[in-house]
Structure formats: C-alpha cells, structure tokens
Design a binder for this molecule. Structure first.
Ligand code: ADP
Ligand code: MG
Length: 307
C-alpha cells in the first residue's frame, strides 16, 4: 500500500468543521477563513496550498487557539478544542506544535539552545536530571551535535536554526505539527534537507503534519492529501495524485498553470489563462459567493460546485 491511500485506514486526529474567521476594521470586513472543513488522520500529512492571503495561517492559528473561531468547530481526538477553557487547553497544548517560516523570529535570541529546549522538554514533566540528555538526543535527531547546546541562536545558519525549531517542536511529543511555510525563507538546497528531515522524523515519531505552503513543488513532495485554498475557502480537496494529476477546480488549474515546469501544466492551456488576470479575479470573486455544495470526483476528491 502506498503512503497516499493508507491514510484512510488510520484513525482521525483533527476534524475541522465549517470554521469561519473575519477580521473587522473601520474600513472593511475581511472574511479570512470561510466555511473551511477538513480532517487529518494520525500519521498523515495534509497540505493547505494557496496564494498569499488566502487564509492558511489564520486556519493554523485557530487550530492552535491563538485565534478563536467565529463559527464552526475544531475537534482534536474527538474533543472540541475550539471551546475548551484556557485551563483545559493548557493540558492539551503540548499535543500541537508549530514551525514557522522565520526560525530566527521564533527563537529568543538571549537564550542558549539548551535553555530553549529545556523549556519545551519540561512541559512534559521530564525528570530534571534527564533534561540535558534529552536535549542532546533531540539535537542529534535533527542532525546537530551536542556541542551546539551552549550556543545562542545567532551562531547558526538559517537552516540550522530551523532544525532547532524542529527539535523544540518535537520535544513535547506532539501528535500534530503545523508547519507554516517552514522552508520558504531558505535556499533551495537547504529546503530539500529540511523537508527530508521532516519526513524522516514523521516516520520515526508518527505525528501528523498540517503543512501550509504556497509552493506547489514543496507540497507535492510532502503531502498525502491536499486542500486547495482560495479566498478563504477550500475549493478542492484530494489525495496528492488526484490534485496533481487530475485538478478540477479552475483555481487549482490556474495555480498549476503558473508553474510551467510541472508535468501536466501544458494540458491546461497555461498561456491563455496566465495572461488573463481578469479570469483570475473572476474566479476569486465567484469562490466567495459559492454555496458549500461539493461535487465528488472520487471518494477522496471533491471540488466546490459553481452554484
Ligand atoms: N490580525 C489580522 N487582522 C486583520 N486582517 C488579517 C489578520 N490576519 C490576517 N488577516 C487577513 O486575512 C487574510 C488571510 O490572511 P492569512 O491567513 O495570513 O493568509 P495566508 O497565510 O494564506 O497568506 C488576508 O487578507 C489578511 O490580510
Ligand atoms: Mg501565511
């Protein structure tokens, strides 16, 4: 069985049901996330892909409860985390971790790596005498030697800092890691190394990823299933192969058309579409107005209907 279809047999970890989030300012209301639903199974990588501003980060922040949902529900192992109190949430917090695009911004520059990791390790009440040994083990599992424990974040390269953030994320034994554009700020070669590290760790520890990215080639490499986001909505969802080999929604096709090096891009008359930004704007507007009716291409593949 390939990794791709094996997810269906695994238990559910995260269920997102029709969540909405608007940001209201004096001038306008931005519907950042609009009736978004998807599930993530244990050990699975679900990717949210879409252009900048389509609502990916806002979705991740609601799962972490850094933002409250306006409507809808988020269940983690069957428990509605979107309505837990702060106290109940604290007990669950170690289960969900995040890795950001900018590893420097998320590491306190005044803390040694040993302290940064110790903080995370102690959240699962490890025996204090084991903390340093555990920090060494974590660094090793992300490909860094123990001599790095007494250094500060500025002494590392961007890729090494991202490895430290990954070590800190796995320190709490999470069940889900949200990766929000985790390699977008890195050089291509370093990107590949970090992505393969993330895959190796998933095999070792068995956690699930919500992998957020605007980069289709990264998503193709990482994901089991994909939700294509456009203007706050998921317009198409399917397994990686279904989305890449048989994209159905006009927005998904536009995304692929903007990547001429990908196999299949030719099939969608890329040149015609690419030059016509009006079509693009129309797709964006239409998506906003659509109902939640789905058209199923297969059991695992749907697109949002036109009406
Ligand atoms: N705190 C905020 N206040 C106001 N608007 C926001 C806030 N966060 C995000 N937005 C808006 O919500 C939309 C979705 O943003 P975001 O979730 O960051 O998208 P993405 O991660 O896909 O680039 C954008 O239009 C963005 O400007
Ligand atoms: Mg974002």
């Amino acid at each position: 069985m390939t990794k791709q279809n094996s997810h269906e047999k695994r238990p559910l970890l995260l269920e997102i049901k029709e969540i909405c989030k608007s940001f209201v300012s004096k001038k306008s209301v931005v519907k950042a996330v609009d009736r978004v639903s998807f599930n993530i199974h244990k050990g699975e990588t679900y990717a949210l892909v879409g252009e900048s501003g389509c609502g990916k980060t806002t979705t991740g922040r609601m799962i972490l409860r850094l933002l409250d949902v306006d409507k809808g529900q988020i269940l983690f192992e069957g428990i509605p985390i979107s309505t837990l109190t702060k106290r109940q949430l604290r007990k669950k917090r170690h289960n969900i971790q995040i890795i950001f695009q900018n590893p420097y911004g998320s590491l306190n520059p005044r803390m040694k790596i040993s302290t940064l990791l110790a903080e995370a390790i102690s959240s699962r009440a490890e025996n204090p005498s084991h903390i340093r040994a555990e920090a060494e083990r974590l660094l090793q599992s992300v490909g860094l030697g123990k001599e790095n424990l007494d250094k500060y974040p500025h002494e590392f390269s961007g890729g090494q800092r991202q490895r430290i953030c990954i070590a800190r994320a796995i320190a709490t034994n999470p069940k889900l890691i949200i990766c929000d554009e985790p390699v977008s700020a890195l050089d291509l070669l370093v990107q590949a190394q970090i992505l393969s590290l993330l895959q190796k760790l998933q095999k070792e520890y068995g956690f699930s990823y919500l992998f957020i990215s605007h980069d289709l080639s990264v998503v193709r490499y990482m994901s089991d299933r994909i939700g294509v986001m456009c203007n706050g909505r998921i317009v198409e969802e399917g397994t990686r192969d279904e989305i890449f080999e048989n994209p159905q929604h006009s927005y998904t096709r536009l995304l692929f058309a903007s990547l001429p090096t990908l196999k299949n891009a030719d099939a969608f008359a890329a040149a015609d579409i690419q030059e016509d930004t009006e079509i693009f704007q129309k797709v964006l507007r239409d998506v906003k107005e659509r109902s939640n009716k789905k058209i199923y291409v297969s059991q695992t593949h749907y697109l949002l209907a036109d009406q």
